[in-house]
Design a protein around this ligand. Structure first.
Ligand SMILES: [Zn+2]
Ligand SMILES: [Zn+2]
Length: 278
């Protein structure tokens, strides 16, 4: 495990389990074989341009039927084991899910996540002994290696510098991190790890202008990141010094080491991206 995550696990006794879970999860994700998600996008240059110009993310929901998600399903079960080991509270639930959930339902849940089909996800929730947030998280975390491969291919092959929206150009999720620069902030989707530039001001969750960003949460002596709080939607945004975001591997680490601050924000009632509250 990364040395900084290890050190934090020792220091943060209450938050040790969640840090350990995310640290191990990252290792499992990085050693897992991705599935091919390329069938989800039409990679002809014109089609990519047209879809983005219409304000649509590149994943085409109608193409999910073409996917074989075998590796992601395997990872789903690996993550369930991590949850079982992470806390007494979740052990029983993870065991129940393992006993009840069908592989076909997992695949359907992943396809529902990829196509943003909330109705289908809700229907599967009722059959799987999982809350909607848990099923979404489990499916998303299992798909992450495949989504990361897809976003790195798009990033390498296509110029999407003119995309200027508050949602990810690949998967349509809201950004979970941004850098600290005032103008032309870079946003990061921690779902597929796409990076894009956004020229607009203010809150990344509701779009309200900077004047409504009323608060700031930070850890003493930690100048790499802080959270900015929105007075309009009560959400928080994780802002990170760009120098620590240059390498993709570092982004994933800093996204984990900043989790304790996110937990504090959530205990204060602020909203943020879905995370496992182990
Ligand atoms: Zn994304
Ligand atoms: Zn807001």
């Amino acid at each position: 495990m990364h040395p900084e995550i290890k050190r934090l696990i020792k220091e943060n006794h209450d938050l040790g389990p969640i840090l350990k879970f995310y640290g191990l999860l990252l290792e499992k994700q990085e050693s897992s074989r991705p599935d091919d998600l390329l069938p989800l996008i039409d990679i002809s240059k014109n089609s990519i341009k047209d879809r983005l110009a219409d304000g649509n993310p590149l994943i085409d929901p109608s193409k999910t039927v073409l996917l074989d998600l075998k590796n992601s399903i395997d990872l789903f079960f690996v993550i369930l084991e991590l949850i079982k080991d992470a806390s007494d509270q979740f052990r029983h639930q993870a065991e129940e899910v393992r006993a009840r959930i069908e592989k076909t339902d997992i695949e359907l849940a992943m396809k529902a996540v990829l196509s943003g089909n909330e109705g289908e996800l809700k229907r599967l929730t009722e059959r799987s002994a999982l809350s909607e947030e848990m099923l979404f998280l489990l499916a998303g975390l299992s798909l992450a290696p495949s989504l990361r491969l897809l976003s790195s291919m798009v990033q390498e092959d296509f110029d999407i510098a003119w995309w200027d929206e508050l949602f990810c150009p690949i998967c349509g999720e809201l950004p979970s991190m941004a850098n600290l620069e005032e103008e032309g902030r870079h946003l990061y989707c921690t779902f597929c790890w796409m990076e894009w530039k956004y020229k607009g001001p203010g809150c990344l969750l509701c779009g309200v202008d900077d004047k409504k960003m009323v608060g700031l949460l930070r850890i003493r002596d930690e100048d790499r990141y802080h959270l900015s709080i929105c007075g309009n939607c009560n959400g928080y945004i994780k802002l990170i010094d760009r120098r620590y975001l240059l390498k993709e591997a570092d982004r994933r680490i800093i996204n984990i080491v900043s989790l304790p601050l996110e937990i504090i924000a959530r205990q204060k009632g602020h909203k943020g991206p879905a995370i496992f509250s182990i």
